[in-house]
Design a protein around this ligand. Sequence first.
Ligand code: IMP
Ligand code: MG
Length: 183
Amino acid sequence: MEKEKEISQYYDKAKTVLIAEEEVKAAVKKAGEWIDGIYDGRPILLVSILKGAFVFLADLCRAVRVPCEIGFMCAKSYYSGTQSSGVVQITMDLSQDISGYHVVIVEDIIDTGRTLNDVVKLLKARKPLSLRVVTLLDKPSRRIVDFKADYSLFTIPDEFVVGYGLDCAEQYRGLPYIGVFKE
Ligand code: IMP
Ligand code: MG
């Protein structure tokens, strides 16, 4: 009984649905069509920034028809005050040399913009054939570094969200919808 109560309290903190499962599904399908339209049969490399984007990547790679490969990287951005240092620490790097690829970075959310700004700089220096950024969520009101994705599925208000890969202290990544986290 105690266990049941704990579990229900856990879900209660994320029960406000911001984007329902069906809405996410429909938007991912459209994002897949956008990618197909751009690359027109050319092979691409979908690069997921771990961990938050793993669920989105899993669905997106099944929504595209162009031949695609998958890559993972783990990145941490360091900065002081409001300035991005431009120094990104890669805690896990891609295993591919990306110079022969059309790269699509797949991100969960753009908040201040620091992480992606640094990752894009770093990957561009490796001379891919092209590079674009697709993000599931965008919180433009929080931006510190001027950064814009090429494709954003949802623009959301300044709320802390969880689910569909996004976490709060590593939890809630498995929720099928995107919910607002409330302590
Ligand atoms: P930024 O754009 O460099 O500030 O960082 C974006 C990263 O912060 C994302 O990849 C997420 O891991 C994390 N993040 C930002 N906002 C949220 C949120 O609302 N929920 C969960 N993670 C978030
Ligand atoms: Mg992330």
